[in-house]
Design a protein around this ligand. Sequence first.
Ligand code: SF4
Length: 344
Amino acid sequence: MTILPRRFVMGMFDLEEERLLAEIEGRGARKIILQLPDGLKAEGPRLASLVRRRTGAEVFVSATPAWGACDLSLDAAARLKADLLVHYGHNEFLRDGSNGVPVLYVPAKAKHDVIPVVEKAVSLLHGKTIGLATTVQHLHTLPEVTKVLEAQGFTVQTPGRGPWAHETGQVLGCDYFGLRKLQSSVDSFLIVGSYFHGLGAALSTEKPTILADPYDGTARSLDADRDKIVRQRYAMIEKARGSQNFGILVSTKPGQCNPQIALSIRNQLEEKGKSAVLLYTDEILPEKLMDFSEIDIFVDTACPRLALDDPERFPKPILTRDEIMVAVGAWTWDELLERGLVRL
Ligand code: SF4
């Protein structure tokens, strides 16, 4: 999930216009879908006009949210008969998942100088061995950040690739696999990026996690935030154990669509004598669930951050697909924490 703070956006990200134009011309594309994350959408009209003027191709700018590379506008591309989908703000997520529509990913590298905020974070770090990670926007800064930390006597390790985060040192809102693999060999983690990505890291490992946020220039420990959310999640799972009617949410977004997992959860709930219904939608929004008043608990099989970050937005408690495993007794709470709370 990428939400770029609006006030920092204009001019602060490399939109690689020349590469965009060269790709369009090289591929002979004549009808383009342009998808930008919130915060970069304001660049859409300018990019569309540039593409039309320089290549003659028609451009449709997506006005719907694009939360991640899990959220490719493939249906719209097919309906509008586009011959190229340009997706800004992320790198590749689904391998061969584009249903035949060519996708050009432009990560939108940030131009922020991250060193001042990393220097602020230094005094908050625990121990001398640091796990360092960031989002795709700041990956190019990792060598310099590493040098700064090493000059202060730290040993730096960066996570390897995960199932969805395809670059060394990268984290995604739903993929902290590399961090979890590193956690036994580091004393604390430093995440360079937004609060959203830092919090995901804190919820995925049990080591102290420090955020250096180049968007607001602050550095902070996220350990208290993690503890608060962990307590909330435990309480929600306990509530689910005593509940009867479940609604299992399936998203039709290409990278979040998990119907087999939903079916398996439905079956496990029924084996425990519970009632469960499968509900599908594209974007899972609280207002879409208001009418299902008989349901006691929702289970989110799509983006895990929907349940974890803002559960109070939903009309009823909402669990992730992993948390429901604890509620039905298939996993223990400790097993869930060992796997990490965030996982797609
Ligand atoms: S599933 Fe959620 S966290 Fe993962 S990339 Fe998509 S929007 Fe981001």
